[in-house]
Design a protein around this ligand. Structure first.
Ligand SMILES: [Cu+2]
Length: 289
């Protein structure tokens, strides 16, 4: 019984540690990320904190288990030929080590649901909306709130010689409405630490929606993460995250009739993709051409 209550105390202490640690902001550096990739969105920070908290919880459990193993080895090593006192069927102890793992899993599950809800949360009125149209085998990005020279919303579409560049503003909530014209694709920007399946037959992706707030400027590769056919592996795009003013200037340039490349150069950005190469180029180089 004494051993059982000691175990229970240890478990309670561990759980308290997890609760305290996940309750406050986790330090964001190489060590405390425990191998977790560094995301560039606000949402990715919640996931990182969940990971750091989970690893700390696992380490607390691990240290307790390693400690008990070490203690047993030293304290109960063989001293003679006499059989030690047998303590099987210790009911209180068995109840404790059934309940404790359940409590740990319940806590991890609770925080997972909290983080998932925060990551999937939609605002009432996002700052920007992007319609993402996936097709075999490329992407079209439409800015529905804009009006180009032809009266239609401004868009960028990729082909086998051009990587589509998705220009996004930093520090604004961006809603992605994803839609597929044919098969199931998956919209994935590794640095968002997030992907969402792009399902056909879902008009304008209105029910297939997610939001992010990008916190860091830069160029990031985007990929299709659902095997969708022969050229699935070449279904890349590039996210170009720029400051809000530059984003507004980009859309203005697009509305005045400029193409993606010219408008990017207009705001001092490279006109072509910098993180991945179009299919044609890859095909030529892989064939030694
Ligand atoms: Cu695809």
């Amino acid at each position: 019984m004494a051993r059982g209550s000691r175990l229970a105390r240890l478990a309670a202490l561990g759980l308290l540690g997890v609760l305290t640690l996940t309750g406050c902001a986790m330090p964001n550096n190489e060590f405390w990320r425990f191998g977790w990739p560094d995301g560039i969105t606000e949402e990715s920070q919640y996931m990182r904190e969940l990971w750091t908290g989970s690893v700390i919880a696992a380490l607390i459990v691990g240290i307790a288990v390693w400690g008990l193993i070490g203690w047993s080895i030293v304290r109960h090593r063989k001293r003679g030929d006499e059989l030690p006192k047998q303590t099987a069927y210790n009911l209180p102890l068995e109840i404790v080590y059934t309940i404790v793992p359940f409590v740990i899993i319940a806590a991890l599950f609770f925080y997972t649901v909290v983080v998932q809800n925060r990551v999937m949360e939609r605002s009432d009125s996002p700052d920007e909306t992007i319609a993402v149209n996936a097709f075999k085998w490329n992407w079209q990005f439409v800015y529905p709130d804009t009006e180009g020279e032809d009266g239609e919303p401004v868009y960028t579409v990729g082909n086998s010689t051009e990587i589509p560049i998705l220009v996004l503003p930093t520090d604004r909530t961006i809603r992605f409405e994803v839609q597929s014209a044919d098969v199931i694709h998956s919209f994935w920007v590794p640095e968002f630490l997030f992907k969402l399946d792009v399902i056909p037959g879902n008009e304008n992706g209105r029910n297939n929606v997610f939001e992010v707030t990008v916190e860091e400027e830069g160029a990031y590769v985007g990929r299709c993460a659902e095997l969708c056919g022969t050229y699935h592996a070449f279904m890349n795009f590039e996210v170009r995250a720029v400051p809000g003013e530059d984003f507004d200037a980009y859309l203005e340039a697009r509305e005045s009739g400029m193409g993606t490349r010219e408008a990017l150069e207009e705001i001092g950005q490279p006109g072509e993709s910098t993180t991945t190469a179009p299919f044609e180029y890859l095909q030529n180089t892989s064939q030694g051409g």
